[in-house]
Design a binder for this molecule. Structure first.
Ligand SMILES: [Zn+2]
Ligand SMILES: [Zn+2]
Ligand SMILES: [Zn+2]
Ligand SMILES: [Zn+2]
Ligand SMILES: [Zn+2]
Length: 331
């Protein structure tokens, strides 16, 4: 303790890199690249105190470890009242429980009363499907819980099936990244390779309750959006325009209603669209055509026969033929 007062030189900054090379943000328990667990101790000697339970840096004034929540109170050392920000820590917000003390982002516990804290994680692009805290699209591991930040581990059956369907349809993956996220299914034209699938179909359900065929269909549909954004120049070809019409890129896909549409028994026939949902917007038209093409393994003879049985109009044939023509050109 005495050495703290004598120290003159500024303490060296702790190494903020993981062994895998990834740059780390302070106080995130896991590396987002490799998933390795990290202990944020007092390497820079800012407080000269570490929690005896978890090893993370703490203040001697605190009553609780703000990281693991353990009681670290010591008579004559701990503060007799909640502080705003003891040396070595910043003030980010007041304690959620209203004890009057200050907490630093992203402490899970209040250092003064031990109460659990909630943080909005505003700086992140999305939400971890495992722990609901903030994650970015590129992250393989959640920096908070260490689990698969993409959520792909929650839908292995659907993803295996989709990859297999693309392969037999002879569509080479274009670098898309499938992310399970709460409350959204869709693709943003600004990030054409990011395909978001609504985690609500998976999250709280048992494995046998997950509607796998629906998830496969939904994923193929969203991949259709991603594929079109990725090959946007094609939408200006006269052949494309003749089949699908003029499409506007400003359209931000959000397919919350897709599943309802699939469940509804459609009585009105849409002779010019492959499904009723396809009639809602030209980009949905393409995504649905793409989904049918992929789930029917790109077998044109069978596809066109199926359209005949469903009494579809000539333009629907044209859509499949144009997609088929374009895909052949990519090979
Ligand atoms: Zn790492
Ligand atoms: Zn601790
Ligand atoms: Zn508190
Ligand atoms: Zn997480
Ligand atoms: Zn859609």
């Amino acid at each position: 303790m005495a050495s703290r007062k004598r120290r003159r030189k500024p303490a060296p900054q702790p190494e903020l890199r993981c062994q895998c090379g990834e740059e780390l943000k302070r106080f995130r328990p896991f590396c987002p690249r490799c998933g390795r667990a990290h202990i944020w101790g007092d390497t820079a000697h800012e407080t000269n105190a570490e929690c005896g339970h978890c090893g993370w840096v703490v203040s001697d004034y605190s009553w609780y470890c703000p990281w693991c929540g353990e009681d670290i109170h010591e008579a004559d050392v701990s503060s007799d009242r909640p502080l705003k920000a003891p040396a070595g820590f910043r003030f980010s917000a007041k304690c959620d429980a209203g004890c009057g003390g200050g907490v630093q982002y992203p402490m899970p516990h209040c250092p003064w009363c031990g109460a659990e804290q909630e943080w909005p994680d505003d700086e992140y692009e999305g939400t971890c499907p495992h722990c609901s805290r903030g994650v970015d699209d590129w992250m393989d591991h959640c920096p908070w819980c260490g689990e698969d930040a993409t959520g792909q581990d929650l839908i292995p059956r659907a993803l295996r099936r989709v990859r297999r369907l693309l392969l037999v349809s002879r569509i080479r993956p274009w670098g898309f990244r499938i992310l399970l996220r709460p409350g959204v299914s869709g693709v943003d034209p600004k990030y054409p390779k990011i395909v978001e699938i609504d985690n609500d179909w998976v999250g709280k359900r048992n494995r046998h309750e997950i509607p796998w065929p629906m998830l496969v269909g939904l994923t193929c549909h969203e991949l259709g959006h991603s594929f079109l954004y990725h090959h946007w120049r094609w939408t200006r070809d006269w052949q494309f325009v003749e089949a699908f019409g003029e499409v506007d890129k400003a359209y931000r896909v959000s397919d919350a209603g897709w599943v309802d549409f699939q469940r509804r028994r459609v009585t009105t026939t849409h002779p010019n669209f492959v499904t009723a949902y396809a009639a809602t917007h030209p980009q949905e038209d393409f995504a649905e055509t793409f989904r049918f093409y992929v789930t029917r393994r790109g077998r044109m003879r069978e596809l066109l026969a199926e359209m005949g049985q469903k009494r579809k109009g000539v333009v629907v044939y044209q859509k499949f033929l144009e997609l088929h023509r374009y895909l052949r050109g990519l090979r």
